[in-house]
Design a protein around this ligand. Structure first.
Ligand code: 7RM
Length: 650
């Protein structure tokens, strides 16, 4: 009982899809969702085999799933395919040859577009350059680049020759890059001379040089020229891509890969210790990325899709590179910041390219809210038909703003819950059939057998907060942590004793309609006098107050109550932070949730510490609230100055 998370926030609004949207959607009725979902969990092998057969296999699979060595799953183990052929060749050699795959725009406003045939040829030449450097199947290649087309090409070129890519987000430090190169024992690094960010050139090559210093395994550093930036050069090791491409042909047949061959590693910073190299394989991952993109974004042939994530995160892997391209979609890719040169850059892009499906993160949505409606309203966004969000729980306040101001009260929102480890979207609305509720990721995707369990593994009832669990393997699930089998088992498969129920580390509740409400990481739950409260719900309540833009809630040790609630709050709308507002906020939380959820302390701040992918770093705030030195790995923090400012107390 005491393990449960209390459910304190009530959200009753519902937003059904319009009849028009429903009528044209891939899944347009409740009955159809139920039928398909039921089939997918009662006969997962039958369901996934059908989906998988929609992809072009080099050698068809006969076995669908081998779960005999759980938790290590093998999907389609006797099949062979190549991810770059799935993304490119099937379209380049078919009806989509002349269709635009990527409309790219640099921050300074320069543009490049690639049809599927052009992209395939670029990737094939890129792959030949890698081959000429002796890189081949199973080798690990680190990629450290800005959001330029060559980033997607580098990823696909690795996939084409069977090299395992390990993309490291271009904003990470030299040390973070070095750790990842060393852990993966990479033989090459692909980078650029720099990228554009907020009107300035962000140099990348010096970081690469520092990261590779003294690492014998790295025999090649391949650099893309983007900014004409001066770069250091190591003879023998360093190669310019444009020079290496001279005279290279586009004749590079895709390497036939076993479905269970590793496609990529992607590092996630765990709560403690060194980052985990999450391993994904080729067949299952592609099947998951393909189907989820198609269904969740309800993709149609003429859509112009834009996911604003960086390819350095899993969202960029699955929903910029592999999923949209596997579906033959046209997408927008943008290099720079959302406020460069002005706060309307995203909406300007949406208008000019006629974006129809737009996928972003709550942290961005809250920034747009703060910047003001006028930046959105200046632009014609009438082509938009669907909005998505991912990365954190989205508070109902930001959700309704997104729907009203960006979506013109017309576009459904898909709030998609998933992780680096799950490879693809797991809990999500299907936009043509789900009546959405602001703040809820709604229901499990096809093939996902989700549940809310207590500490002992008992399933909890409606509206009881507990641990989110996944009870069946799914194709795009992680296959391991690079070089650390034990950590893989301990982290994800040992919460319950059966050894095969997946533990994502998030708390959640399921309401009376079977809708899931993600309550945040279970390490973030606060225990006040025996009441286990989700930080997310208190934050949502604070953000619902007119003066609050963003809030982060943490617990600090308290002799009397066990833990006391500390809220870090950023304000907007011209309201002065101070005692009057503090009092107002306490009353607001007391009426919305109850006295028990009232913060013991409210600290106003101009910004919150976030990871580079935009997630609030509550662990760090916990240390600050308790006046402790932080044990956390700071290399993942977006703005290192935040810390000093918070410590000094506003
Ligand atoms: C895709 C991604 C995973 C963690 C996950 C959650 C949180 C992600 C949502 C969400 C509530 C969402 N991968 N999270 N999406 N929480 N609602 N729609 O972000 O590996 O970087 O992070 O992010 O806590 O466990 S990730």
């Amino acid at each position: 009982m005491s393990q449960r998370i209390e459910n304190v926030l009530q959200e009753d609004r519902r937003f059904p899809p319009s009849e028009e949207f429903r009528a044209a959607a891939r899944v347009g009725s409740e009955e159809e969702y139920r039928r398909l979902h039921q089939r997918s969990v009662e006969d997962p092998e039958g369901f996934w085999a059908e989906v998988a057969r929609e992809l072009p296999w080099i050698q068809p699979f006969e076995t669908v799933l081998d779960w005999s060595e759980a938790p290590r799953a093998r999907w389609f183990p006797d099949g062979k395919l190549n991810a770059s052929a799935v993304c490119l060749d099937q379209h380049a050699d078919g009806e989509r040859a002349g269709k635009i795959a990527i409309h790219w725009e640099g921050e300074p406003g320069d543009t490049r577009s690639f049809t599927y045939r052009e992209l395939r040829d670029e990737v094939a030449r890129f792959a030949n350059v890698l081959k000429a450097r002796g890189i081949g199947k199973g080798d690990r290649v680190a990629i450290y680049m800005p959001m330029i087309p060559e980033l997607a090409m580098a990823v696909l070129a690795c996939a084409r020759i069977g090299a395992i890519h390990s993309v490291v987000f271009g904003g990470f430090s030299a040390q973070a890059l070095r750790d990842r190169i060393e852990d993966g024992d990479c033989c090459a690094v692909i980078c650029a001379d720099g990228g554009w960010r907020r009107g300035k050139v962000l140099p990348l090559k010096p970081e690469v040089d520092a990261a590779c210093e003294g690492i014998a395994s790295v025999h090649t550093v391949l650099t893309v020229r983007r900014t004409e930036n001066e770069v250091g050069w190591t003879e023998g090791r360093d190669v310019w891509l444009h020079e290496a491409l001279e005279g290279v042909t586009a004749d590079c047949p895709p390497e036939p890969m076993g479905a269970e061959d590793t496609l990529f590693l992607l590092y996630t910073s765990g709560s403690t210790g060194k980052p985990k190299g999450i391993m994904h394989t080729t067949g299952g991952y592609m099947v998951g990325a393909y189907l989820s993109t198609r269904m969740v974004f309800d993709l149609r042939e003429d859509d112009v899709y834009w996911c604003t994530a960086d390819v350095g995160w899993i969202t960029g892997h699955s929903y910029i590179v592999y999923g949209p391209l596997a579906n033959g979609a046209t997408q927008v890719m943008y290099e720079g910041a959302p406020n460069a040169p002005a706060e309307d850059r995203f909406w300007d892009l949406c208008e000019r390219y006629g974006v129809t499906v737009f996928y972003t993160a709550p942290t961005a949505i809250r920034a747009f809210m703060k910047w003001g409606d006028e930046h959105v309203e200046k632009h014609d966004l009438s082509k938009l038909r669907l909005l998505g969000t991912v990365g954190e729980p989205i508070n109902p306040e930001a959700w309704t703003w997104y729907r009203r101001v960006v979506g013109g009260d017309r576009c459904p929102i898909v709030d998609t819950w998933w992780q680096t480890e799950t490879g693809g979207i797991m809990i999500t609305p299907l936009p043509g059939c789900t009546d959405t509720k602001p703040g809820s990721a709604t229901r499990p995707f096809f093939g996902v057998d989700a549940a809310i369990l207590d500490e002992e593994g008992n399933e909890l009832g409606a509206n009881e907060g507990g641990f989110l669990a996944i009870r069946k393997p799914w194709p795009s699930m992680l296959r391991g942590i690079w070089g650390d089998e034990q950590r893989f088992k301990d982290t994800y498969w040992s919460k319950w004793t059966d050894g095969w129920t997946y533990f994502p580390g998030d708390g959640a509740r399921r309401d009376e309609d079977g809708f899931y409400w993600i309550l945040g990481r279970v390490d973030d739950v606060i225990n006040v006098s025996g009441h286990r409260l989700s930080t997310m719900e208190i934050e949502s309540s604070l953000v619902a107050h007119d003066a609050v833009v963003e809030a982060a809630v943490v617990g600090r040790p308290d002799d009397l109550t066990g833990e006391a609630i500390v809220a870090f709050v950023t304000t907007g709308g011209g309201v002065e932070p101070g005692d009057a507002l503090r009092q107002g906020l306490l009353e607001h939380v007391a009426t919305e949730i109850g006295k028990l959820a009232r913060p013991a302390e409210i600290r106003f701040t101009d910004v919150l510490p976030k990871t580079r992918s935009g997630k609030i770093m509550r662990r760090l705030l916990r240390d600050i609230a308790a006046g402790r030195e932080s044990s956390q790995d700071m290399s993942t923090i977006e703005d290192a100055g935040v810390l000093e400012r918070l410590r000094k107390g506003e």
